[in-house]
Design a protein around this ligand. Structure first.
Ligand code: GRF
Length: 208
């Protein structure tokens, strides 16, 4: 069983895609043991409770400084002894102590084809605004391991999504979620749960 902890901040549609894929048998041998949010109002926490997973909050405002928050988050994650940590719309820069404690065990979904439109400042709708501004014809989503550099960890799966005339950032965001994010995140977890992803020379290698 791949014990998985999911970190969230908002609506949690990617979390829901994972929970649905487990319920439908598209992800097997995997259990979401806890969902942890920095935001107590995240709807993702309701989704977790409905699915019978522990729903936890670790809120920066409850700690004297950033370091104390990071240590508390690490401690909370460790309580669940995860094999895999999934960042599913977690709007907090991942603490270095977490990255060091779980090398190649943390995955993130980014709503663009890395290395386009990623790195500092590229989050949420800003990613899609930048893609539309540049006039690219394809965008998409990327699932990657998290390393010490933002959006630079080994890429596991990418899926392209066509940009259409008249797209707004909001329309494009929704299409990228529907056509890419909600598919490739469950796919990546299923591959990891079955030992099919190895990191070799800084790149993820997928075996059949
Ligand atoms: C998604 O667009 C994801 O790519 C980004 O944050 C958003 C999360 O949405 N990292 P949700 O909370 O999963 O609905």
């Amino acid at each position: 069983m791949l014990k998985t902890v999911v970190l969230v901040s908002g609506g949690g549609t990617n979390l829901q895609a994972i929970l649905d894929a487990i319920a439908e048998g598209k992800i097997t041998d995997t259990e979401i043991t806890a969902v942890i949010s920095n935001n107590p109002n995240a709807y993702a926490l309701e989704r977790a409770k409905k699915a019978g997973a522990a729903a936890e909050v670790v809120r920066p405002a409850d700690f004297p400084d950033r370091e104390a928050f990071h240590e508390a988050l690490l401690a909370k994650v460790k309580e669940y002894e995860p094999d895999l940590i999934v960042l599913a719309g977690f709007m907090v820069q991942v603490p270095m102590c977490l990255v060091k404690a779980f090398p190649n065990q943390i995955i993130n979904i980014h709503p663009a084809l890395i290395p386009s439109f990623c790195g500092k400042g590229f989050y949420g709708l800003r990613v899609h605004e930048a893609a539309l501004k540049r006039g690219v014809k394809l965008t998409g989503a990327t699932v990657h391991f998290v390393n010490e550099n933002l959006d630079e960890g080994p890429i596991i799966i990418q899926k392209a999504v066509r940009i259409k005339e008249g797209d707004t950032p909001e329309i494009l965001q929704r299409r990228v979620m529907e056509e890419a994010e909600w598919q490739i995140m469950p796919e990546a977890i299923q591959l990891i749960a079955h030992g099919k992803v190895k990191v070799v020379d800084g790149k993820a290698v997928i075996s059949e």
